[in-house]
Design a protein. Structure first.
Length: 199
């Protein structure tokens, strides 16, 4: 009987931690703030650590709730997390574009028939990052939760190939690497809660 009570507390706490992390991530969607993202990440990490403890697997109704919350937090939480990490890494030196990309001044183009370089032209690269990030995290979390970890590599490869021509400048390369790694870590941790909880 005491073990059953502990199991119930474990299941409920795991679900509550995920729910709080999800609620905070939803709050950070419009205005990603470091404190909100950090607290959301702390609740996600706590749920992950709790799920790793050797308790009885979740019963089906609770497993469904945890699976849903894990998928939602993976998809919506990774965006604000990536934004906060990128802002911390670039320290406000990269200007955001109007279509979700970044503005870069490109002056490496030669003027026709002269050795001089054309004046710098501001161009937006890495457009559509929000939508790509959502789809990336959804694909990663869903593939891991469905037991197809090989799809993880396919998602990363497709993203890399799709962005290849935009990665000439160091700013876009750094942003791509930092944003992708943050997104992958968040999605993997989110899916990991469910995977560990049902193991």
């Amino acid at each position: 009987m005491p073990f059953e009570i502990l199991d119930i507390v474990y299941w409920a706490t795991t679900a509550v931690f995920l729910a709080v992390a999800t609620a905070l991530a939803l709050g950070a969607l419009r205005r990603p703030r470091a404190i909100i993202v950090t607290v959301s990440g702390a609740f996600l990490a706590s749920a992950l650590a709790l799920a790793a403890l050797p308790f009885a697997p979740l019963p089906l109704p609770v497993a469904v709730v945890v699976a849903g919350l894990s998928l939602v937090i993976a998809v919506i939480g990774g965006g604000p997390a990536a934004t906060v990490v990128l802002e911390a890494a670039t320290r406000g030196t990269v200007m955001p574009g109007t279509h979700g990309g970044i503005l870069l001044a490109r002056s490496d183009r030669r003027v026709t028939d002269t050795p001089s370089v054309a004046p710098a032209k501001t161009e937006e690269v890495m457009r559509g990052g929000l939508v790509i990030g959502i789809l990336e995290r959804l694909a990663i979390a869903a593939s891991l939760m469905a037991g197809f970890p090989g799809a993880f590599a396919v998602v990363v490869a497709v993203k890399g190939v799709g962005r290849f021509t935009e990665l000439a400048e160091s700013e876009s390369r750094e942003r791509f690497i930092i944003g992708t790694l943050t997104s992958i870590i968040w999605a993997t941790a989110s899916a990991g809660v469910w995977l560990l909880a049902i193991a």
